[in-house]
Ligand binder design. Structure first.
Ligand code: UD1
Length: 418
């Protein structure tokens, strides 16, 4: 098992190009089976979750693999509609394949996505939306058997703007007769990227980015080439790292508008930030001030995925910062690990209070989940001495080359086996 070793305490300086977004590429890979032909994805990050999606696509009978740096899927040969339990458990977002398989094949058989890393992650909204389109779903001992010989577009009101349920409903609606109108849809930029991919293959979708998304189903599709949008959470992670350690970074290939709540918080903490066309610059003296209260919320609110890395950046800030986690019930599992490094954090339910300490000290810590693991990187870089981070497979689900990126900023960090 690999681990990461960091010698912390140094300033970070340099430029980085931000990878393509994990949360955009995964639903797009599921969507690729809607078209019985080729999808070419540019800017697709090399991540373990992407490899897990490729395995699902191949299991379904599609051809999928890397060609000259692009990820190419040919779904003309798809001949199955089931996803084995072991593949479903590898990655929670595998559930978005459900809508796409139903739309293309009329049948689907898969199990519940496994685990409960951030607290319960039900899929009731996904299933309600599919039922409203006319799918019949039966749940038997953890297995979902679905048929949808004929789906018909209609208005679907989501009781909560769930990202995954919005994506699943959009994909299923591509196989439904007529127009589907999704009300109270999630507004995340990744939904806009999915819309632009679907439009590119010939499925008319409009409204993404607002809370009403309209999909015209059963249109003739064609081969499509699409560039994955930049990963706003990877960008937030590197901004947090430089904010915490002190130094200066220029991020390339970012969309500044996607990061406005994160950069507002870092600005309030005392960082100097300047944005331009596809570029974002941050300068920090390394000693930040507390920022009051940070409440996670659906986009355009502060992203729950950036909560842990911002928290890590504020561990040495002057004063106390309050975090309120409104999206997931159990998203403070990184807190115990941060406390091993000398952080002063108290948690009560959805609220965490971070009181800045003078210094953090390197320690042996363990990733509890993807973004919690990223928070350990941020904290380790600003701690005195050596930090060892175990269970880094969590980090590798969402960051293409975190060690290479941080070394490019001058960090003393390396990956070790054993
Ligand atoms: C996606 C992102 C994840 C991010 C999250 C919120 C991907 C691959 N993952 O996850 O990184 O943290 O959005 O921005 O894009 N819920 C229900 N019933 C449902 C579905 C969701 O109660 O059927 C609840 C969840 O338990 C959670 C909330 O709704 O409390 C938001 O979840 P959702 O937006 O669906 O997140 P994901 O799509 O799982």
């Amino acid at each position: 098992m690999s681990h990461i070793i960091i010698q912390g305490g140094g300033r970070l300086e340099g430029a980085l190009t931000i990878q393509g977004a994990k949360n955009s590429v995964l639903p797009i890979l599921a969507a690729s089976i809607l078209h019985p032909g080729r999808t070419t994805l540019l800017g697709c990050p090399h991540l373990s979750d992407v490899e897990a999606s490729i395995r699902i696509l191949r299991h379904l009978g599609c051809r999928a693999g890397w060609e000259n740096g692009a990820l190419v899927v040919d779904a003309s040969t798809i001949d199955r509609w089931d996803i084995p339990d072991s593949m479903m458990r590898e990655m929670r977002s595998s559930v978005v394949f459900l809508g796409a398989i139903l739309a293309r094949m009329g049948w689907a058989e898969l199990s519940h996505p496994g685990g409960c890393e951030l607290g319960p992650r039900p899929i009731d909204l996904h299933l309600t939306a599919l039922r409203q389109l006319g799918a019949q779903l039966r749940e038997e001992s953890g297995c979902l058997r679905c048929t949808a010989q004929h789906m018909e577009g209609r208005e679907i009101v989501l009781s909560m703007p769930s990202v995954g349920a919005t994506e699943n409903a959009m994909l299923a609606a591509c196989g439904a007769e007529g127009e589907t109108v999704l009300v109270n849809a999630a507004r995340e930029p990744e939904i806009v990227d999915l819309q632009s991919y679907l439009c590119g293959m010939g499925c008319p979708v409009r409204g993404a980015g607002s809370s009403t998304v309209c999909i015209q189903g059963r249109r003739r599709t064609h081969d499509v080439t699409h560039t994955i949008m930049p990963d706003r959470i990877a960008a937030a992670t590197y901004l947090a790292a430089v904010a915490a350690s002190g130094g200066e970074v220029e991020l390339h290939g970012v969309r500044c508008g996607h990061l406005s709540t994160v950069t507002a918080a870092l600005h309030a903490a005392g960082c100097h930030i300047a944005g331009g066309e596809g570029r974002l610059m941050l300068r920090s003296e390394g000693r930040l001030r507390a920022v009051g209260t940070v409440r996670t919320a659906p986009y355009p609110g502060f992203p729950t995925d950036a909560q842990a890395v911002l928290m890590a950046a504020l561990l040495r800030a002057q004063g106390a910062t309050v975090f309120v986690e409104n999206i997931f019930e159990n998203r403070y599992r990184h807190v115990d690990e941060l406390c091993r490094m000398g952080a002063d954090i108290s948690v009560a339910g959805r609220v965490a209070v971070i009181t800045g300490v003078d210094a953090l000290c390197g320690a042996r810590v363990r990733c509890t989940d993807l973004r919690g693991g990223a928070a350990l990187l941020v904290a380790g870089l600003s701690a005195q001495g050596e930090t060892r981070i175990d269970d880094i497979f969590h980090i590798q689900r969402g960051y293409e080359d975190p060690v290479g990126d941080l070394r490019a900023l001058g960090a003393e960090v390396r990956m070790e086996d054993g």
